[in-house]
Design a protein around this ligand. Sequence first.
Ligand SMILES: [Zn+2]
Length: 194
Amino acid sequence: MTPQPQETPPQETRDGFRFRGGRLPLDLPATLAGRVSGNHRDALATPADLDRWLVAAGLADGVAGSSAEDLSAARDLRETLYALALARAEDRPLPNAPREALNALAAQPAAAPWLDASGERRWTGGARALLAGVAREAIELLGGPDAGRIRQCQGPVCAILFLDASRKGDRRWCSMSACGNRAKVAAFRGREKL
Ligand SMILES: [Zn+2]
């Protein structure tokens, strides 16, 4: 992975995957598109897709060698995270079954972090251990001080979740260049019709 300077925002799209959430537990749910329309498009269709996501997410350097079971675990975690983060975004109590599923995965052995010679953080562990690490990060997020800043994009057909790091806490879109821009164009067209 190429190191990103601190001041440069991470790329929103890496290897075809969307990373607009600001935290990996919010980016994993974005691998299933079409949640609002019901016309699902799964970016994690094969174990090789999961390998690519783990690299794009900065969790793995090479091929993690994901199995069909790992893929199934990743999809389960994805829906678990979506349910819990959406509940946070909508200020509802956390649903029990996803909360227990998250706790069970977080209790499994997680990948170990280590520093390489250039000072970059890397991880040692297979796909399942990397997913357990995402589950632990999710618990810190959902149970930590940033939980109240989890939002869902207000784009009419967008279900992407993100962490609102704006000073005022009034971010509305997963991406200014995507949903934010579409909203601006729609508002402009609306004015044209008047
Ligand atoms: Zn959006």
